[in-house]
Each structure stands twice: as C-alpha cells, then as structure tokens.
Design a protein around this ligand. Structure first.
Ligand code: MEV
Length: 314
C-alpha cells in the first residue's frame, strides 16, 4: 500500500497578479490531502465527501451541494496524464482532503499531485520535485484554462516560497512564520470561473493593469518583511494586498466583515486564492480573542502552521 500526504497551501501575497507574470509568495501548511493506492483487479477511485458550499441556480430554484466532486475534473485529468506516462494500472485509490475543495487552499493541486505521485509509486515508477510540480501544473491548465504554477509548486516542494513565472524560478524563504488561521467562506464559483472573470476585467479596463502592477510591488516589499520576521509589516501589507484584490472584484462583503471583526486581534489578514468566498487567512496577535471571533462567525476555520516537507511518502 502506498500512502502520500500532500500539504495544502495558502497564498500569502500575489495571487491573480502571478497569472500575469508578477511574483507571488505562497506557503504550504500542515493540513492537506491524503492519497492511498493499493493494487487491485481494476482501477477505482474513492473520495471522502466534503460539502463546502451550496450553489444556487437563480430562476431554476435549484440548490446543489458542492463538495468533493469539485475534485473530479482534476482527478480525471491527472489520471489521463499518469496513464500516458506510466501506462495503465489496476489499483484502488482513496483520496481524503482535510480542507474544502475549490476554496483557495490549493487542495485541487494537492489532489492532482498526490494522485500523480501515488500512481507513479504504485506502477513501480517515481516522480518528484519540479518535474512532479510541472505535471500538476499541466492538470490545472487543462481543468481551469488559465493557471499559474504557484499552487502545484508550493504543495510539491513545501515551505514558504517566492515564485516567479517570467521566467519560472522558485526561492525558499526562511520566513519562520508563527501559527496562523484559515477560515473558509462558502464559495459558489470555481477557481477557473473567477480567474477568467479577472482576465475579462483586465481586457475591458486598461487601468486594472495598474492594480496588477501594485500587487507585484507589495510582494517585493512583503518578502523583506517576512525575512525580517516583522509581523507588523507582514500584516499591514496583507491588508494592502487585500484591498488591491478587492479592486479586481474578488473580495466580497463576507471577507471584509470577517476581517473587520477580527481587526483588533490580528496583525493583518486577506483572502487567499481566487476569492469571492473561499479561504481567508488571519495572522493573530491574540489567538484566544481571534478564536472567539472565528467561532462566533460560524465559518469553518483551522489553526495551521507552515509545513516545510512538501509531498511526503508516509
Ligand atoms: C488560485 O489558487 C490562485 C490564482 O492566482 C490563480 C493561479 O495562480 O493559477 C488566483
């Protein structure tokens, strides 16, 4: 039996702008996705359910639970790629995510990477490092249409990473960030839909390009704050990054209300990932007080730490 842990990841700075060639800083966390593979008489895949949102279809009066099935497109694309590389495999896969799918914590990338790694090992091969991250990125591109290599690289390598895409490079930052919180707001759109919405805005409104430029500047400054372990500075820049993401139309009222309620108890916070719901990260000044705010909000939340390990064979 092969068993893999792949960390989820949060975007500390620079999401969306990274799609347009700006650098970003992301961090792998100690919660993520487990993938098991066991040889069997046929190929089967089981996912542990994780309803994360309700999707409402106006006019149709139809409400649909959105859960682990959000992973299916990624699973299918990853399977096709694995079969291409390592040939057909009769095996049973079991995939379990500790965090909701399609909610800004890179769990889709973690599922793809975990499946590719488990498939390789189960088929008697192996793949790791940047080669594995690149395969995961191909899966994201196929499913979403547009995707940066940020999520697949971070969940594969672990730690706090500065990612540049133009040309591609990765630097591991010695950031030593203390524990922080991640709250999940139900999200109704997929990552692909939100990323395509931002692209359409950039095509419609030339001035939106300055927002992308400004996010890139925030990332550069944030790198120094992280290396200096200056949490006041990290928190303040998270706030600036969040308002810039708001200008791109991806920060909704729920995230703003949550961040306002938490403000006295955090250095700063922001959405993480594509936005319009999904993950909000909060850097605590007082963990107890922040936990009271988060409990009262009713949203699912987790206290997390940085996971340095990347893809881990258990
Ligand atoms: C999604 O997790 C992060 C985005 O920057 C898209 C991407 O980088 O592919 C919004």
């Amino acid at each position: 039996m092969v068993k893999i842990f792949v960390p989820a990841a949060v975007k500390l700075f620079g999401e969306h702008a990274v799609v347009y060639g700006k650098p970003a800083i992301s961090a792998a966390i100690n919660k993520g996705v487990y993938v098991e593979c066991e040889k069997s008489d046929k190929l089967s895949i089981e996912t542990a359910g994780y309803p994360s949102a309700l999707r409402f279809y106006p006019g149709e009066g139809r409400v649909e639970a959105v859960g682990a099935e959000r992973f299916f497109a990624y699973i299918n694309a990853a399977l096709r790629l694995a079969e291409e590389k390592w040939g057909g495999l009769a095996a049973r896969f079991y995939i379990k995510s500790e965090l909701p799918p399609g909610a800004g914590a890179a769990t889709s990338a973690a599922v793809s990477i975990g499946l590719l790694k488990a498939y390789a090992l189960c088929a008697g091969g192996d793949v790791e490092g940047i080669e594995l991250a690149k395969m995961g990125h191909r899966v994201e591109l196929e499913v979403q249409g547009i995707a940066s290599p940020m999520d697949s690289t971070t969940v594969t390598l672990g730690g706090v990473l500065k990612i540049k895409t133009n040309p591609f490079s990765v630097d591991k930052l010695n950031a030593n960030l203390p524990p922080f919180y991640i709250a999940f707001l139900p999200r109704f759109e997929t990552t692909g839909e939100i990323v395509r919405g931002v692209k359409a805005l950039l095509e419609r409104r030339r001035s939106a390009a300055f927002v992308i430029e400004a996010i890139g500047r925030v990332v550069e400054e944030a790198e120094q704050c992280l290396l200096n372990r200056d949490l006041e500075c990290v928190g303040e820049l998270m706030g600036i990054n969040n308002w810039l993401l708001g200008a791109l139309g991806v920060v909704d009222e729920r995230a703003i209300n949550l961040l306002n309620a938490a403000r006295p108890f955090i250095y700063g916070g922001k959405i993480s990932g594509a936005g319009r719901g999904g993950a909000v990260i909060l850097l605590p000044r007082s963990e107890d007080a922040l936990e009271r705010v988060l409990s009262a909000s009713g949203y699912v939340y987790h206290k997390v730490t940085i996971y340095e390990g990347g893809v881990t064979v258990l």
